[in-house]
Design a protein around this ligand. Sequence first.
Ligand code: ATP
Length: 438
Amino acid sequence: MADDLMQKVISLCKRRGFVFPGSEIYGGLGGTWDYGPTGALLKKNLKDLWWKEMVQLRDDIVGVDAAILMNPTTWEASGHVKSFAEPLVECKICHERFSADKPDSIKEHEESHKGKKVEWTQPKQFNILVKTYLGVIEDQKKPVYLRGEITAGVHVNFKNVVDSTRIKIPFGIAQIGKAFRNEITPGNFTFRSREFEQMEVQFYIKPEESEGKKWFTYWKKNRMDWYLSIGMKKENLRFRDHEDNERAHYAKMATDIEYKAPWGWSEFMGIHHRGDWDLKRHSEYSGEDMSYKDQATNESFIPWDIETSAGVDRSLLFLLIDSYTEEKERIYLKLDPKIAPYKVAVFPLLGNKPELTKKARGIYEKLKPNFMTAWDDRGNIGKRYFAQDEIGTPYCVTIDYQSLEDETVTIRERDSKKQERITVADLIKKLKKLNDQN
Ligand code: ATP
């Protein structure tokens, strides 16, 4: 049943242009995925909503967009060169490699060898940073890493941001961007990829226990509320506090937000109280003073950091699974209109009547500058509704012969399938209201 739902979502993603396997015509590349026309819109909407909430609407967070390639010392300071590793084990029968941390995939693999006793090599630490080379002279190329997480690009700019803005503690730095991990076992569709995107805020506070607790609790609630506000079902979300033995040694508190995925509860974002670990380490390795001077009290200190780190791709995957709805005669994505790739679709009732097409085209051109608007004049209306339902378009508008006479159209709502006749002016008002809610 769970596999069944996953297969249905994957198949919808392919047939409706949300997600395709990366470089598919060449046989793909494990752990990479390409977002198609609808997927790219959905992803952009998610990131735009996040940025608006975090940066545009708040006075205490500013955004940055740091380079993916960084001086390699960064990753020594952050601890990634030494310990960004997974325990790798190899199947002695077929030599396929797995992470010992993922017991489900190990069990599945053992079952694939039906009846044979599977033995595994001893776990070896395998660093998952992706290495590449920069430089124009072949044998003098310098090894660098594709960032394993986007966090470091924020911490190394801490001083630059303080010196170039009017921001005062407590404050945050937001960033959205790609990260790369040489995952041993990519899988569950986009859930575990080798190239993915993150959206993070590093929120710097005074180094005091009470401040730490206050802001950690604040960000937990803030992030859960946000996912609910973009339409995720409450019953499919939960917090999971990290056990003492899974928390990084420097982390004071850590919680994941998990989704009830078809294969079990799974993390898609984390809230971490990282103390002063990052800034202290970057200070130590770079020789730069990373302390902050409080202008009011003249006190200098290394701030503590409360991090919220979300996966863009995992958030999108769970939004798609969460909104996937089947009815007797149709499938639709019950996406919040804020996040839906298209807000409205426009159809002439019949595709082969120039007078209807002309009128419909006029309305389409009017809507297009303000809302992502789809156009469809193929096949019959039923098929067009079916296609828009599958990509989660909240409204479909049909232009018929009456429209030519009285400037009215039929608007059909996705979830209820209810249709009503309204004027073009009211249609624009209705859609504007949707936009204003964003
Ligand atoms: P996991 O335990 O699943 O490997 P993690 O704890 O290593 O994840 P973090 O380093 O905390 O993940 O990264 C923050 C977020 O980045 C995760 O919650 C997830 O949404 C996303 N993320 C991490 N690794 C991947 C990946 N391989 N593919 C897609 N998203 C990822």
